[in-house]
Design a protein around this ligand. Structure first.
Ligand code: B3K
Ligand code: ZN
Length: 852
């Protein structure tokens, strides 16, 4: 292991680049084991600094030649890059290097997947392609020539020439190296066109392997809608003549926003009704939009350094959430986003990996593509919009695009734009970017002489490296209901800025019922002693859809907590409220399906932990199963009619309306299975004509400990379809009974199709086990050991995906001493691996740091 690369990088140490790049010309002669890359780079000294040290990043490259203005030079080469004596004036630098894409199992830089060449450069992969100042604040236009016998040769920008065995591309928009991309393969396109509001005709192509032909229509449709939406909602038009998307089977994450050439994990492109679920369609729509939106928020305006990652990611997530809300239902979308935020980001914020939205140091930046940077980053923007209002937000964004187009910008630039556009002082608000941890809001109230008072206290618990926190600006959206259920005060946003603060409402006839944190107006944990009756009242009467759902959710949490702690029976108030809601035909089926879903086991563990208990995963699992069965029995007469009512006439459509009906129907089916031993679910499985119903019925069966025959049948039918088989694997490991989960997973790792070097398959099998809370945390420790064994193995070939999956252990400090000891031992075993990657090394030391 190379020591220089293990040193942490600090935000405070930023210095501008010594040399800037005016233009880059790259020539690739592709070969699986000996690709030649020639680079011709026009450098000039950066006038904004006196630093004249010339350093180019480069890793795992064989340097064949180097010249400056045509004269051969011999640079000093280290494992991290090279230095050379260069003129203090503009000069042309040329090198030729050799690389071996076929041997690149880390899937970073130029690599091969299913016979095609592809790239992944964010964050620091370009240095594995050629020597270059691989930092986002060095931006340049690129010309690329690809030489290969493969039929389709793609790079960024516009095509400028092609012939037998070669293709040339030119990207006129200056960009950092992390947005570089190249693809070469035997591919087929699903094509369309889009005319921008500026009158530019854009050719759109979604490229897939021939076996996947016909499965890219929804991706193309999503792309066209995204392009239109960005024009309408943000006034942002596309800026090249072509937009290409390529689906790749081996990919470390979801997708990548390379300029004009997005590269996608094939699971977020390929869809047909028979093979993709409603959730898959929704994800495709969201991720296509997300990567497209990066063209302005990320590419045209990029980040000065990687500490500013949330500048592009938080904003782009916020934009894709707005888009999905417009395309589907804002209420349902908000609920889904908050479920995801709580289960991933609150979990991160509550454990040893907690870090600010803008971290202050890192060793491996790939470890910081986190729920905090992305999802909390998006929440911070939502709060900003709430505080300055929609018009203020639009004004600020217009100024942002105007002022910073072509820049590599910072969070300071971003906030200054808001201050300049709205006249608001955001110095306290800035703490959201710097303080880690989820703020707790404790609310009490009083009523006297027609005046209602809310007393609010805020506190953010200490997190790693941040023992003390300061008060943050928290937009608290509140509405008040009269005891008869009418809304007496519509939603107003209270600005909580102090540690302790009171807010009054005058002229009320009776003590109101408060609806707090409407729309989940800030990413905080709200504590308020609330009776089951009051929650049931809000569930019935709240006009804020999010809080209506939240009232039911909070009830469910309380009921489960009492069942676990006191072996209490499920509270009738909850069961009755649920019945009323499930029957309410005025409510959107998707909303009703969400309301019927119980909080997840891991979320219950987090909840109990934050209430000061040591969670027992097995007790949580048992209580949740018991509650599901109680709901099934209590609402026994409802399920059959609801199931019959929620059919979707006509051919399959992935739209929100039908998807909502299918979700509610499957929820009904899940409850019925607890009463009829799965009879109806078996029939549903056999009759299914789309993947949502097929896999939905199969999971219902697995949840009640049945479905063996159906699993076998499913495998026979779908054995050749990689993406569908990922579902088959994941379902078994994530739904296995707690005491059998590790054994089931171990058995599946022996399956001939467990191609573990494929990240999707690895995540399906091993990731599935880590999602099975009771199974992973089985007291035997078998789950921990198995996951550790596989992370050790994967770390040797693909450190990025292995490190990301080590977050399975991030909750270890929540648990009892026996489980803690076993998890610690598993992590220490990983840490002891010879040649441990930098990625994993940093993760384990942060994970263990908390409990050492
Ligand atoms: N920007 C990429 C993520 C890159 C991850 C690098 N480890 C995808 C996205 O957020 O849109
Ligand atoms: Zn992104």
């Amino acid at each position: 292991m190379k020591d220089a690369r293990l040193q942490p990088v600090h935000l405070a140490d930023y210095t501008p680049p010594a040399y800037l790049v005016d233009g880059v010309e790259l020539t690739f002669r592709l070969h699986p084991t000996a690709t030649r890359v020639r680079a011709r780079i026009a450098f000039r000294p950066n006038p904004d600094t006196t630093d004249r040290r010339f350093f180019l990043h480069g890793e795992d490259l064989i340097l064949l030649s180097a010249t400056i203005d045509g004269t051969p030079v011999t640079p000093e080469v280290t494992p991290e890059g090279l230095t050379a004596e260069v003129p203090d004036a503009p000069f042309t630098w040329e090198t030729e290097v050799e690389i071996a894409p076929e041997k690149n199992t880390a899937l970073e830089g130029l690599y091969m997947s299913g016979g095609m060449y592809c790239t992944q450069c964010e964050a620091e992969g370009f240095r594995k392609i050629t020597y270059y100042p691989d930092r986002p604040d060095v931006m340049a236009p690129f010309k690329v020539r690809i030489e290969s016998d493969l039929p389709v040769l793609l790079s960024n920008g516009n095509p400028v020439g092609a012939g037998a065995g070669w293709g040339e591309w030119h990207d006129p928009w200056p960009k950092p190296a992390y947005l570089f991309a190249l693809v070469a393969g035997d591919l087929v396109a699903t094509s369309g066109t889009f005319t921008t509001c500026e009158g530019r005709e854009v050719d759109l192509n979604i490229w897939v392997r021939p076996v996947d032909q016909g499965k890219a229509d929804y991706a193309l449709d999503s792309l066209i809608r995204s392009m239109k939406w960005d024009e309408d909602a943000y006034g942002r038009a596309y800026d090249l003549d072509v937009f290409n998307i390529v689906a790749v089977d081996d990919f470390n994450m979801g997708a990548m926003e390379n300029k004009g050439l997005n590269i996608f994990n094939s699971r977020y492109v390929l869809a047909s009704p028979e093979t993709a679920t409603d959730r898959d369609y929704e994800n495709i729509e969201r991720i296509i939009a997300h990567e497209y939106f990066h063209n302005w928020t990320g590419n045209r305006i990029t980040c000065r350094d990687w500490f500013q990652l949330c500048l592009k990611e938080g904003l782009t997530v916020f934009r894709d959430q707005q888009f999905a809300g417009d395309a589907r239902s804002h209420a349902v979308k908000r609920i889904e986003d908050v479920i995801a935020l709580r289960s991933r980001q609150f979990r991160e914020d509550g454990g040893p990996l907690a870090h600010p939205v803008r971290p202050e140091s890192y060793t491996e930046i790939n470890n910081f593509y986190t729920a905090t940077v992305y999802e909390k980053g998006a929440e911070v923007i939502g709060m900003l919009r709430r505080l300055v209002g929609p018009e203020g937000y639009d004004k600020a964004l217009a100024l942002y695009f105007d002022r910073h187009d072509g820049d590599a910008a910072t969070i300071e630039d971003w906030l200054t734009v808001f201050e300049d556009a709205t006249g608001r002082d955001l110095s306290q608000f800035k703490r959201w970017y710097a303080q880690a941890g989820t703020p707790r809001l404790t609310v009490t109230d009083g009523f006297e002489d027609g005046t209602y008072t809310l007393h609010v206290e805020q506190e953010t618990p200490p997190t790693s490296g941040q023992p003390e926190k300061h008060a943050q600006v928290i937009p608290l959206a509140v509405g008040l209901l009269s005891p008869n259920g009418d809304e007496v005060v519509p939603t107003t946003v209270l600005e909580v800025t102090e540690t302790r603060q009171s807010f009054t409402f005058e002229g009320l006839a009776a003590k109101p019922v408060p609806s707090l944190l409407r729309g989940f107006s800030a990413p905080v944990i709200l504590n308020r002693e609330t009776s089951a009756e009051e929650r049931a009242f809000l569930l019935a009467h709240d006009t804020d859809a999010f809080n209506k759902w939240e009232a039911g959710r909070a009830l469910a949490r309380d009921v489960l907590a009492a069942m676990i702690a006191e072996s209490a029976a499920p509270a009738p108030a909850y069961l009755d409220a649920l019945a009323a809601m499930a029957r309410d035909e005025a409510l959107d089926p998707a909303f009703r399906a969400l309301a019927l879903r119980l909080p997840g086991e891991d979320q219950m563990a987090e909840e109990l932990h934050s209430r000061g208990h040591t969670p027992d995963p097995l007790a949580i699992h048992a209580a949740r199963e018991q509650l599901k069965s109680a709901v099934a029995a209590h609402l026994g007469g409802l399920w059959g009619p609801l199931y019959d009512q929620m059919t979707c006439p006509g051919p399959y459509s992935p739209g929100a309306a039908d998807a909502g009906r299918r979700a509610l129907r499957l929820a009904a089916l899940g409850h019925m299975a607890r009463l009829d031993a799965g009879e109806k679910a078996r029939a549903h499985f056999l009759q299914a004509n789309n993947m949502t119903d097929e896999i939905g019925a199969l999971s219902v069966l697995l949840e009640i400990g049945s479905g063996e025959e159906e699993l076998a049948r499913f495998e026979r039918r779908w054995g050749d379809d990689r993406l569908v088989m990922d579902k088959w694997f994941a379902l078994q490991t994530s739904l296995a009974a707690p005491d059998r989960a590790a054994a089931t997973t171990a058995a599946l790792t022996e399956h001939p199709d467990f191609t573990w070097q494929n990240p999707n398959r690895f995540r399906a099998v091993i990731g599935g086990l880590t999602m099975n809370a009771a199974g992973f945390h089985d007291p035997s420790g078998a789950g921990y050991d198995l996951v550790a064994d596989w992370l050790i193995r994967l770390d040797g070939v693909n450190p990025q995906t292995a490190a990301r999956m080590s977050t399975a252990f991030e909750t270890w400090t929540r648990y009892d001493s026996d489980r803690r000891a076993r998890m610690r031992a598993a992590m220490e075993r990983i840490a002891a691996r010879e040649g441990l990657s930098r990625d994993m090394g940093e993760m384990i030391s942060r994970l263990l740091g908390a409990g050492r």
